[in-house]
Design a protein around this ligand. Sequence first.
Ligand SMILES: *Cc1c(COP(=O)(O)O)cnc(C)c1O
Length: 465
Amino acid sequence: MNKNHQLRNIPRIDRLVTLLEQDHTVAGLPRTLLADAAREAVSRVRAALKSGEAVDVSPDALAAASKQKLRQMSLPSLRRVINATGVVLHTNLGRAPLSKRAQAEVAQVTAGYSTLEYQTATGERGDRHDHVARRINSLTGAEDVLVVNNNAAAVLLVLSGLAQDKEVLVSRGQLVEVGGSFRIPDVMKQSGAKLIEVGATNKTRLSDYREALGPNTGAILKVHTSNYRIIGFTEQPDDRELVALAKEHNIPVIDDLGSGTLLPLSFGGWNEPAVSERIAAGMDVVTFSGDKLLGGAQAGIIVGKKQYINTLKRHPLLRAVRIDKLTLAALEGTLLDYQTGNPLTDVPALHFLHKSAEILGQQAEQLHALLKVLRPLGWYTKVVALMSQAGGGAFPGADLPSWGVRLTVEGKSPQLIDEQLRKGEIPVICRVQGDAVLFDVRCLSVEDMECIRRICLVLAGGGAG
Ligand SMILES: *Cc1c(COP(=O)(O)O)cnc(C)c1O
């Protein structure tokens, strides 16, 4: 049959819709959705024909293609993936996975009504921040707490509330850009504060701050260099001296920690500052993320002295960056892991970061063993040593020794395998290196590895396993 003849023979959309309506597996779906799927299937076939491919244009074949489309269209776009990249706090993959406790709190609170802003003791209106404030106080030693949408919002609120129309001193070594276009100079502009750069990129002394201080200085801002390090000939003033200098001028020191941890953490010889250490060092206001090293839901946490937090509580911007009940429920669940559980095993991000080389090695052996059945189909695996990363603006430059599996497939490029793995119903996200695909086992559960086996088996044409 020639191409034009075939093009003319493509069934009409309403004919396909009628066919689909007779199919009990999709018959209940709205007509508009059936028509959308049929239209997509037809346009795919048209394009294939025009590019000279041999395709079946029979009504049955197009109805089957439409049903395939309908299945894809009924899957949510935001869905789970398996993270085999070895990057624990992977911003594109949703940063921190929630703990069991956090998931349970979300389910418990969101299925019905809740005490979000209600005090059961008095029957009066409550404050949504109170659910987590006391817990965060006790975990950080701070006087008071405010929680907002994310840390970017926290920094914006703090600068707007405490330093609008005033000058804010920042060391030239700390003019950070975080992924997703969060840049300190831009946030500063947005807040209405005026950035005054002090010192040099590698060295900033106390005297640099002192010389820049004037009658219009509103705050000193310290920014944690989350995603880079300045090494070599470097200097930053002692925190206590900086705090004392700010006190002399009656202005706060604001500390944007980025990740900020509730526990002191150290990997590969690097430390990330714990929030409690910063509070103990005298910082007036400290901001950090809920979904970086803390390992919870996306949130921006502001802790510090009562006088400053009270000012922020009255700021109109607070309403615009308000935290929602899903986040609060999740955050309280994670905080409970810290207070009453064992965070190093219960909070997934901390658990993944702390997996020992021995455990990682065993897991890699397990994954390798699971994938061995694919060998006769030309899928070859090998256990290899890898380097994982913390990600999420934490521990830059610190490689975490890990283990994983290296996969090569006869007759398939690693790019093709990578594509097929990420396009499945449960996408598996891995790394391509040289002629192979790499699975880092650091962020994988036993169930994830079993899932990878099933997915690979289907891709290799070995059945549903
Ligand atoms: C990550 C980070 C932010 C932004 O935090 P989000 O929670 O992603 O909004 C701000 N400042 C620093 C130093 C960071 O590392």
